[in-house]
Design a protein around this ligand. Structure first.
Ligand code: 5AD
Ligand code: FES
Length: 355
């Protein structure tokens, strides 16, 4: 295969990024555009992996994901749990069920719980605060992460006071015009950004992220992603390929590719060396070894599912999502083997970002 990463230009740009943590727009375009040709990206992946191990060794952090509601007031054009999808049975876990999932997770070795859900106003500010407070009281050695979308500053503040440590809110795209093509008019890029900056100022460890290969995404958008990440300095960056869902307006759109996702994992690792970067379920969905490849390209987090098995299939953000048939214990067993296969090992620890 013709290998352009031996080409001095491209490898010099990658080395510059590795050394300095930044590039000019023109240089970004060169490294981001190369995936379109048939080039061997292994040099880039190796750089991502080596910078990751410089800070994290061969440690991989695990986060137990509890998908506690699939009700959502939003209607994002890409998302399978969007409000307008009537062909989905909707569920909500009770506080007791959530606490129970965390207890099982604790026994399995999890020290971070991620409460994720659609934007479901059924759970009030106080409901969420109660759940967070109880989880932190039951497991004082654990971190609690919330991932429940856009809410008011006051909500975020109260939940942080109740003990929530982290918040994940993907920005989905750093380009306002692109954002408007992925979301209904009722949603706004500016509000998403407001939420992210508020979360950070309140003191949350904050994660953002975007879909790779989402409809209408261009190289210029990806350059903008890199610029935004550098400016925002998130603690975590979650990226995964866009995968069409058959009950959404984007059902006939093209899926994001494995190669571009892996390249972006490596590039983000070089851009933000200490960031937490998950090898996502979406990456595992588009390729049987996708997550292992992600870990070898610079990712250092996996997020197995702790939700009760009866509800898993209904948290269908995209088609063919993996792990819907497995119990929590099976998922962690499977992921432990996969992490080992990637030459790494799972750490039982809260796994905060290195300072
Ligand atoms: N393909 C891939 N990722 C998706 N998400 C939502 N829908 C899809 C899809 N069709 C991602 C979004 C969201 C996260 C919870 O899941 O980035 O923030
Ligand atoms: Fe709820 Fe997309 S429709 S997050």
């Amino acid at each position: 295969m013709h290998n352009l990463y031996n080409d001095t230009d491209t490898s010099n740009i990658i080395l510059k990024l590795k050394d300095t943590g930044n590039l000019t727009d023109e240089e970004w375009k060169v490294v981001l555009a190369n995936w379109e040709n048939e080039l061997d990206p292994s040099f880039l992946y190796a750089c991502g992996d080596s910078v990751c191990s410089r800070y994290y060794g061969d440690s991989v952090y695990i986060r137990g994901l509890i998908e506690f509601t699939n009700f959502c007031k939003n209607d994002c054009l890409y998302c399978g749990i969007r409000r307008d999808n009537r062909h989905l049975s909707r569920y909500r876990l009770t506080k007791e069920q959530i606490i129970d999932c965390a207890k099982t997770g604790y026994e399995l070795g999890f020290r971070t719980f991620v409460l994720q859900g659609g934007e479901d106003m059924h759970y009030t500010r106080k409901d969420i605060a109660d759940i967070v407070y109880t989880l932190k009281s039951n497991h004082p050695d654990c971190a609690v992460t919330l991932s429940i979308g856009e809410r008011s500053r006051e909500d975020y503040k109260v939940w942080h006071d109740a003990g929530a440590d982290r918040y994940l809110l993907r920005h989905e795209t750093a380009d306002k015009t692109h954002y408007a093509r992925l979301h209904p008019e009722s949603m706004s890029f500016d509000n998403r950004m407001r939420c992210l900056y508020e979360l950070k100022s309140i003191g949350y460890q904050t994660g953002c992220g975007f879909m790779v290969g989402s409809p209408y995404q261009t190289i210029d958008h990806l350059v903008r992603e890199m610029r935004f990440l550098k400016e925002f300095q998130p603690d975590m960056v979650g990226i995964g390929p866009f995968i069409p869902h058959h009950e959404t307006p984007f059902k006939n759109e093209r899926q994001g590719t494995l190669e571009l996702t892996l390249k972006l994992i490596s590039l983000i690792r070089l851009l933000l060396p200490k960031a937490l970067i998950p090898a996502t379920t979406a990456l595992g969905t588009i390729h049987p070894q996708g997550r292992e490849m992600g870990l070898k390209a610079g990712a250092n987090v996996v997020m197995p599912n702790l939700s009760p098995r009866q509800v898993r299939e209904d948290y269908s953000l995209y088609d063919n999502k993996i792990c819907t048939g497995e119990e929590a214990a099976e998922c962690i067993g499977c992921l432990t083997r996969r992490v080992e296969a990637a030459g790494k090992h799972i750490i039982i620890d809260r796994g905060d970002r290195l300072i």
